[in-house]
Design a protein around this ligand. Structure first.
Ligand code: NAP
Length: 281
């Protein structure tokens, strides 16, 4: 039976550490503050917002919610972003995307100050991730993968990592983060040939394809660690990931459950970015 890499355990440990850091900041007169910028009321955004609010409360981060109507104009959105950039009491901004179709996503991302970009959505923030400098913040879910491995003391250095997915949100940044930890990284995508063979070569397999149950027993072997980033509502109404858990779990050494795996660490990483931004301020 595989070891379950439970996100809640990693998130709890990180939250406790962050709480102490928040207290230390407050003692110095710095009140860590996150602004959440939401347009409309998409259920995904609301659900993430509830998680973020709870996490920030536990850590001791104050949250300013900025909610704009679904039909907000481009200029009003940009004005709000710029005013959060300029507000010195706000250390970080979480802007939910995708934005409604009438809004220019690229212009909105470009307007956000990378120093306040808590979820790696700006080019400046991503550039820092790729350059390996401290100038920005990686997307929270990608960073959650690395944090989960570290929490469970899973060696990364020198290991063969295979990532399925090359999105800017998960696949590419998680590859860069694990490369920075000295892994040997292979990035796969929808055009990759012989995917199961490549996957079986991995010591650590990160699955972020956004395809429910696409990875099964044919793609894994004994001794592997599998991080399943996918999250879907299955035919039975329950949440499931990109792996066929019942097939994969008996074979591998360790695996993240869905739900309760990578996703459970994401808001703790968000909080860690806010604390870091408050320290840098
Ligand atoms: P995405 O933008 O749709 O990217 C999916 C990637 O997977 C693409 O690079 C695609 O390749 C690749 N892919 C798709 N089908 C494939 C196949 N059959 N074989 C190999 N590669 C394949 O998705 P994303 O935003 O990265 O998200 C991935 C998953 O993570 C989704 O299920 C999403 O819901 C989940 N997610 C979870 C969290 C969390 O907190 N747990 C947060 C965000 C997202 P191409 O580039 O060639 O198209």
């Amino acid at each position: 039976m595989a070891m379950l890499l439970k996100g809640a355990d990693a998130a709890k440990a990180l939250t406790e550490k962050l709480h102490e850091e928040a207290e230390a900041l407050k003692a110095r007169g710095v009140e860590p503050c996150l602004a959440i910028l939401r347009v409309g009321a998409r259920e995904d955004d609301l659900s993430y917002e509830r998680g973020a609010l709870k996490r920030c409360e536990k850590v001791g981060i104050s949250v300013r919610q900025v909610v704009l109507p679904e039909d907000v104009g481009q200029q009003e959105l940009l004005d709000n972003i710029r005013s959060l950039n300029e507000d010195e009491s706000v250390h970080g901004v979480l802007m939910f995307r995708p934005l409604p179709k009438h809004l220019d996503d690229e212009a909105a991302r470009a307007a956000l100050d990378p120093k306040k970009d808590m979820d790696g959505i700006t080019d400046g923030s991503l550039a820092a991730v790729y350059a390996g400098t401290n100038g920005g913040y990686p997307p929270c879910t990608a960073a959650a993968c690395a944090a989960l491995l570290k929490h469970y003391n899973i060696p990364i250095k020198g290991k063969r990592v295979v990532v399925i997915g090359r999105s800017l949100v998960i696949g590419k940044p998680v590859s860069m983060l694990l490369l920075a930890e000295h892994a040997t990284v292979t990035i796969c995508h929808s055009r990759s040939e012989n995917l199961p063979t490549i996957c079986r070569e991995a010591d650590i397999l990160v699955v972020a394809a956004g395809k429910a149950g696409m990875v099964g027993a044919e793609s894994v072997r004994a001794g592997q660690v599998v991080l399943d980033v996918g999250i879907h509502v299955g035919a039975d109404g329950n949440l499931c990931g990109d792996t066929r858990f019942a097939e994969v779990e008996p074979v591998v050494e360790a695996i993240t459950p869905v739900p309760g795996g990578v996703g459970a660490v994401t808001t703790a990483i968000l909080a860690s970015h806010v604390i870091e931004a408050a320290k840098r301020s």
